[in-house]
Design a protein around this ligand. Structure first.
Ligand SMILES: Cc1cc2nc3c(=O)[nH]c(=O)nc-3n(C[C@H](O)[C@H](O)[C@H](O)COP(=O)(O)OP(=O)(O)OC[C@H]3O[C@@H](n4cnc5c(N)ncnc54)[C@H](O)[C@@H]3O)c2cc1C
Length: 471
């Protein structure tokens, strides 16, 4: 029997373990997780009958790995879509909440009339966005920041009011430092192939007009999807499917190499010897464990900037709110200088999130790459800021009946300029370490679907290596 150690029990480590479980002939694996629970950043809790997501609350359905995995592990019936009768993205600007104009795809307008009528962008701002039709395409192939790209193609107002809140919200990122190639290669292709983002989006629309995303078993899905019992239902179900050795609450403190083997040492489990190892760890944690035998890779991994953010979930009785929520929520651009950067009406966006129809569940976000320091403040202070902003923006002055804060300190990887080169350099170095693989949200995609793919690919590579078929 060949032995594999998987270090880290987030979704990437769990996906790797599941792939070995499914296809790893003559392979025994041990998954080691330092926390008492598996799931990592996927963290679902129930408080007073409210389903609270501490980390991700959904996944993008156009990337099929989550749905495929859910079907395999018997979760197809638990998949849920958003309540799209309340769909629509809103942006808080100049003291009011505005709907993003109908037809806006990512950040690109594709319908003239709703865009022209939208009060969100000023007339000069709209004219500037329309210049995208005639501006020449970029000549060289060099990477640039998302900030530069959006200002170059669509202008500053589109950046501040649309791109920054939309994209900052998804990545917890800062457009001023984000690499376009690493984060949004699709935009680059659009400019390269069509010379204009608007033309590219219009062409995409013509090719697949208003196509609904696919859910499970060919049933229609929604753009964002989740599970009845929250994202944690996925990691809980995966855990139940694993027949390998699972060590929880055990931190790996050292990984060494001797001959062709890896020795994994940790708190409370002595030493494990493995023929191959998967580090399903964030870059800083991976760097700390690699440093002993490959300081250069550790240095490169440590260059990955990690932002901090907090999710703050608050529940109210319906009568405590001076309005009746009827959308998924809204984004707050950085230029508005608020402490919170988005509000999600979780109980409108999803079913199965509250104990009764008279309750409302909200989720707000503090921090992210532009404001990481805010997420590092004390919980009381964060809660105070959130209540202050909810009062001044939404007029909510009552105390919530339930509140929960989840802080993610130095935990949100930023794909900044140079990310792809750094990754390439690490991958080149790791080729000289037979049987060693890196997986997870710090490397080839931050979303849950990307992490599943990355964990499964790492497991495939391990199997090829152990069975002597590595190219
Ligand atoms: C607030 C927030 C909201 C998000 N929203 C979304 C969203 O809506 N949709 C989406 O697709 N993605 C979202 N993401 C991103 C996504 O959740 C993550 O990229 C993904 O879950 C990362 O999985 P992972 O397995 O790579 O890492 P992690 O989940 O970080 O797992 C790594 C594991 O390694 C363990 N570990 C670390 N060091 C050691 C050690 N020495 N020994 C043993 N174990 C160790 C950790 O305890 C952890 O469990 C969000 C992330 C956050 C923080």
């Amino acid at each position: 029997m060949k032995k594999v150690a998987i270090i880290g029990g987030g979704i990437a480590g769990l996906a790797a373990a599941y792939a070995l479980e499914e296809k790893g002939e003559n392979i025994e694996y041990t998954l080691i997780e330092k926390d008492a629970r598996l799931g990592g950043k996927i963290l679902t809790e129930t408080h007073d009958g409210f389903l609270v997501e501490g980390g991700p609350d959904c996944f993008l359905s156009e990337k099929p790995s989550v749905i495929k995995l859910a079907e395999k592990i018997g979760l197809a019936d638990s998949l849920i879509g958003t309540n799209d009768e309340f769909k629509g993205t809103y942006v808080y600007s100049g003291g009011r909440v505005h709907a993003l104009p109908e037809g806006l795809m990512l950040m690109v307008p594709t319908k003239i009339v709703p865009f022209a009528l939208s009060p969100l962008i000023s007339w000069p701002g709209k004219m500037r966005m329309a210049l995208d039709f005639v501006l020449p395409r970029k000549k060289d192939d060099d990477d640039e920041t998302l900030h530069n790209f959006v200002v170059r193609r669509l202008g500053r107002e589109a950046l501040d009011k649309i791109a920054e809140p939309l994209i900052g919200g998804i990545h917890g990122g800062n457009p001023e430092t984000m690499s376009l190639k690493a984060s949004f290669p699709r935009f680059l292709d659009m400019e390269r192939n069509y010379g204009s983002l608007i033309r590219a989006m219009l062409a995409a629309r013509r090719r697949s007009p208003a196509k609904r995303p696919e859910g499970s078993g060919g049933k229609p899905g929604t753009y964002f999807m989740s599970f009845k019992n929250g994202m944690g239902e996925l990691t809980d179900a995966l855990e139940k499917k694993l027949g390998g050795r699972i060590l929880k609450g055990k931190e790996v403190v050292k990984v060494g190499r001797s001959g062709t083997h890896y020795q994994i040492l940790g708190d409370g489990f002595g030493e494990i010897t493995a023929d191959a190892v998967i580090f399903a760890l964030p870059a800083p944690e991976a760097a700390a464990l690699i440093r002993g035998w490959d300081a250069a890779s550790a240095d490169i991994l440590e260059e990955t900037p990690m932002a901090s953010s907090a999710t703050v979930s608050l529940a109210f009785r319906r009568e405590q709110l001076p309005f009746s929520p009827a959308s998924f929520g809204f984004l707050i651009p950085h230029v508005e200088q608020r402490k919170i950067n988005a509000v999600t009406f979780s109980s409108i966006k999803w079913n199965y999130r509250m104990p009764d129809e008279d309750s409302v569940l909200l989720r707000t976000f503090v921090g992210g790459a532009k404001n990481s320091h805010l997420a590092c403040a004390g919980e009381e202070e964060i809660l105070h800021w959130v209540k202050q902003d909810l009062k001044s923006i939404l007029g909510i002055s009552s105390n919530p009946v339930m509140s929960r804060i989840h802080r993610w300190i130095h935990a949100r990887p930023q794909y900044t300029m140079g990310h792809l080169e750094r990754l390439h350099r690490v991958e080149q170095r790791l080729k000289s370490l037979p049987g060693f693989y890196l997986a997870g949200g710090c490397y080839r995609g931050i979303g849950v679907p990307d992490c599943i793919n990355d964990g499964m690919n790492a497991a495939e590579n391990v199997m090829r290596f152990l069975h002597g078929t590595r190219e």
